[in-house]
Design a protein around this ligand. Structure first.
Ligand SMILES: [Fe+2]
Length: 358
């Protein structure tokens, strides 16, 4: 039985990352490409394809193709009704593996000229056929029983990946709709709500990248940047839109929004790092922030970054209560607060950004 040439750790990391995130759709393309490439190379095959079944159009479309001939012509789809001599169609229709040891005597047709052995394995998850894996070899009887079993097992992993991908896409769309409906009032009352959230998110991502954070944390910063004030949807609109100064009680109400954000996002399956960013974006480096009065490194890094990104955006955009600052003025103000309101390392990362081109 051949050994999979992929780095097992790499696969594990990608899958763990994907399973941990229900707040964004899982893109399985990269992982599937690696699996198809590995299947082809470890079995010495000429080509390997993952074909996805599209029942409404009655086609198999080529999702991934790996070929030993880099100049080979790529096909887009197989029309099932017109392809009775295709091993992949036969596997799809029967639901069983089709192994042809010598295509010249089989009545079937290979996808590549010169192929002798054909192997088509249905990719099935819980009685649902997602597609077919197609492998072709230029020797006859190229795949022994052990290899076929091993490929079938790999196909069930592929099926699980595809299923997870489809499900996470559905959950993502549902979450998007839920979040849009939760923030509908905020956006209605404050036309700048979504634009501010997007600016804070992209500024926070730039800072996180400058700090060299992991991909997982950068994405958490991106999501929490966009969602940081979502908890305001749970605060009375009268307070949010009140012109002039707030009373002490009203300010206490507003200060609940980071915690309310956690209550809203946790049931939706957001990662801990995203929720931490939302909860802690009003904490201060010197411990005088809210809601928990955390200090220094006690504050999650996502929250420390958001605090700086949000301050910069608020200072440099139009506000009803004061003139907007220039980028230089805002930077100076933020630098003056390094070590007090803000994490000095995050401020340093902000200063290093090419803000003119953002
Ligand atoms: Fe906030």
């Amino acid at each position: 039985m051949p050994e999979l040439s992929m780095e097992v750790k790499e696969v594990k990391d990608i899958v763990c990352y994907a399973l941990g995130s229900f707040a964004r759709p899982f893109d399985s393309t990269e992982l599937i490409r690696k699996i198809i490439d590995s299947l082809r190379t470890t079995t010495g095959s000429m080509r390997g394809d993952l074909l996805i079944y599209q029942s409404d159009m009655d086609i198999l479309f080529f999702s991934e193709t790996s070929s030993s001939d880099s100049g080979s012509k790529k096909q887009a789809k197989i029309n099932i009704a017109d392809s009775q001599r295709s091993a992949a169609v036969k596997a799809l229709k029967s639901g069983y593996t089709v192994l042809v040891d010598d295509v010249t005597e089989s009545g079937l047709q290979s996808l590549s000229p010169g192929s002798k052995t054909l192997l088509a394995v249905p990719v099935i998850y819980s009685d649902c056929i997602h597609g077919v894996l197609n492998l072709e070899h230029n020797d006859v009887s190229a795949y022994d029983t052990g290899t076929v079993t091993w490929i079938e097992v790999t196909c069930s992993i592929l099926a699980s990946l595809l299923e997870h991908s489809y499900q996470s896409e559905r959950i993502f769309r549902l979450n998007q709709r839920l979040i849009d409906s939760m923030t509908g009032n905020l956006a209605d009352n404050d036309p700048q709500y979504r634009a501010h959230a997007e600016r804070v998110s992209s500024m926070a991502v730039a800072i996180a990248q400058k700090l060299g954070l992991s991909r997982k944390l950068v994405e958490a910063v991106q999501e929490s940047g966009y969602l940081h004030d979502i908890g305001k949807a749970g605060v009375s609109q009268n307070i949010l839109v009140k012109p002039g100064n707030l009373t002490a009680d009203e300010f206490q109400e507003i200060k609940k929004h980071p915690i309310l954000g956690r209550f809203m996002l946790k049931p939706l399956g957001f990662q801990t790092e995203v929720i931490e960013g939302v909860v802690s974006h009003h904490e201060r480096w010197d411990g005088k922030g809210y809601p928990r009065g955390l200090r220094g490194d006690q504050i999650p890094i996502t929250g420390r970054i958001l605090a700086v990104a949000e301050a910069f955006d608020v200072m440099t955009s139009e506000q009803p209560y004061r003139e907007k600052m220039t980028r230089e003025e805002a930077l100076k103000d933020i630098q003056n607060q390094a070590g007090m309101q803000f994490d000095p390392s995050v401020v340093e990362a902000l200063v290093k950004l090419d803000l003119k081109n953002m």
